[in-house]
Design a protein around this ligand. Structure first.
Ligand SMILES: NC(=O)c1ccc[n+]([C@@H]2O[C@H](COP(=O)([O-])OP(=O)(O)OC[C@H]3O[C@@H](n4cnc5c(N)ncnc54)[C@H](O)[C@@H]3O)[C@@H](O)[C@H]2O)c1
Length: 270
């Protein structure tokens, strides 16, 4: 039995900074209650203060199963369910080609960016499977029972991949590329495994986006690098985190109930 839509709950990992923070703010603007999760608790609390809707800040290390499980438990104890999740926590790599990269650096990047997404999917999906599906607007679908067979949604998840998950980005370390390719594999597999249960899983692949992660990368680059990189995008500039946030919230929303296992490139025409 599907239930009707009430107050929706969104969980964002990496919510203390950059794209994650902008997405939590956007979810709140759309009326969602928010769980802002980050390894950096003060930053997660700062994001929380920017929100106009109810929310909680949760410290999480997405590389640890116990921590991710506790994050999901905290969300459910507070709000009763998780309708949407954006698995955005990520780290940038150190510079260097494969032969120059230490083994523990590969493990670090894969640990947060790939295993972290797998752990979040694991515990978020386990929770969503226990939730009653939400029928957002039953009247809208009433005359299409055979065509759409819209059964309602238990949950919708978006994972943060990157244009580095779609092809070679010159100068980008292979461990980061591998982690973002992995995110797309996890996204497509999870989407196929849980489609019939009413759980959608998609990914976003942003190009260069103005966040603290980008600032740290540019600090090490020669002057003028930002302008050079911006000129590679047909739109002539890099993205604002809010532009990625808009896409994430759309993918999570009931505007696209038949969209699952997809990735959306947000790269200014590149
Ligand atoms: N900025 C870009 O140009 C860009 C482009 C494509 C994809 N991305 C991806 O988008 C996501 C967000 O990037 P951003 O630019 O906003 O970076 P950011 O550094 O501003 O934010 C990342 C957040 O993740 C958190 N985090 C790191 N490790 C964590 C862990 N183990 N557990 C929980 N939280 C952890 C950090 O504390 C930080 O708040 C990342 O997955 C990144 O790879 C960024």
């Amino acid at each position: 039995m599907a239930t009707t839509r009430g107050k929706l709950v969104a969980l964002v990992t990496g919510g203390g900074s950059g794209i994650g923070r902008a997405t939590a703010v956007r979810f709140a603007e759309l009326g969602y209650s928010c769980v802002v999760a980050d390894i950096n608790e003060p930053n997660a609390k700062e994001t929380l203060r920017m929100l106009q809707t109810p929310g909680i800040a949760v410290q999480v290390d997405v590389t640890m199963a116990t921590s991710v499980e506790a994050m999901v438990t905290a969300a459910v104890q507070h709000f009763g369910r998780i309708d949407c999740a954006f698995n955005c926590a990520g780290v940038e790599p150190i510079d260097g080609k494969i032969a120059d990269t230490p083994e523990d650096e590969f493990d670090r990047v894969m640990g947060v960016n790939a295993k972290g997404v797998w752990l979040c999917l694991k515990y978020e999906i386990a929770q969503m499977l226990q939730q009653e599906p939400v029928m957002s607007d039953p009247a809208k679908w009433a005359d299409k029972p055979d065509v759409c067979r819209f059964r309602g949604v238990r949950g919708s998840i978006v994972n943060a991949s990157s244009v580095a998950g779609l092809g070679v980005v010159p100068g980008t370390n292979a461990s980061y590329c591998a982690s973002k390719y992995a995110v797309l594999g996890l996204t497509q597999t999870a989407a196929a495994e849980y489609a019939k249960e009413g759980i959608r899983v998609n990914a976003v692949c942003p190009g260069l986006t103005a966040t603290p992660m980008m600032d740290r990368a540019l600090e090490k680059a020669p002057p003028g690098t930002e302008e050079t990189l911006a000129s590679l995008y047909p739109v002539g500039r890099i993205a604002a985190p809010e532009e990625v946030a808009q896409a994430v919230c759309w993918l999570c929303s009931d505007a696209c109930p038949f969209t699952t296992g997809e990735h959306l490139k947000i790269a200014g025409g590149n």
